[in-house]
Design a protein around this ligand. Sequence first.
Ligand SMILES: N[C@@H](CCC(=O)N[C@@H](CS)C(=O)NCC(=O)O)C(=O)O
Length: 268
Amino acid sequence: MLELYHNAISTCSQKVRLVLAHKGLEFESHEIDLFGGGQHAPEYVKLNPNHVVPTLVNDGAVLIESTLINECVNDAFPEPAMLPTDPAARHGARLWLKLLDDRIHPATGVVTFAIGPRSILLRQPKEVREANTNAIPDPARRAVRRSVIERGVEAPEFAGALGTLVGLLDRMEQALPASAGWLSGEAFGLADAGVLPYVLRLDHLFITSAIEARPKVLDWYQRVQALPAFATGVAAWLTPPLVGMMRENGEAVWPEVAPIVERASGRG
Ligand SMILES: N[C@@H](CCC(=O)N[C@@H](CS)C(=O)NCC(=O)O)C(=O)O
């Protein structure tokens, strides 16, 4: 019996739902309202002391950290396999996961909060917004969150973070085979499920042209979106009004964002 504490739009939740869906696993859903501060509720923090989603409960075992959750799901439910069998190829797939955890996820937080839900958060009463920001346990993350909500794309952290995400697209373009092929090796796997939400987020923030400018990334993105697991694990959870609002907010700041994308492109 699987129970997932997650959020529809959260990248880390999307990557776990993609893996669960690819393996045909159903779960009892507990949606956490991140804009409303549900991640800081005392009963949730008992499960996930980092105040973040997702958390998967598998037969009473509480699993946190999306990359490690997906590894555990792949071990516990081996079919279809989502890592190659060759040790060096497994290492290659895991390098993508390490890159996501080390650099891409923090950068995505900056870019997302500077553009996407910023308008919702700025409309909240200041004391609610401050209470939710102050509840973030890590002081560095707390400071960055405050900075990007207050200053948007003008925040000092923004350009570097967006450059890191453009760098991900460039790495993918270099790594993907000329036609078809996956980041995880022969088949769609943990690296592809891990990367997808971050490419999707760029799309949702109106940074779509950076994806379209890289033919192998675009082909990979379209092939992931055609998988049944994408429909079940990602698309079914997206609410068009929220995605539409994020895209509109992205379009509004595109004049400031486009030159940063341009400068970062091809730098690796
Ligand atoms: N390293 C964690 C990161 C989880 C994370 O940052 N989750 C975000 C959503 S994608 C979250 O819950 N954010 C709530 C907040 O920052 O207040 C993982 O991979 O599970």
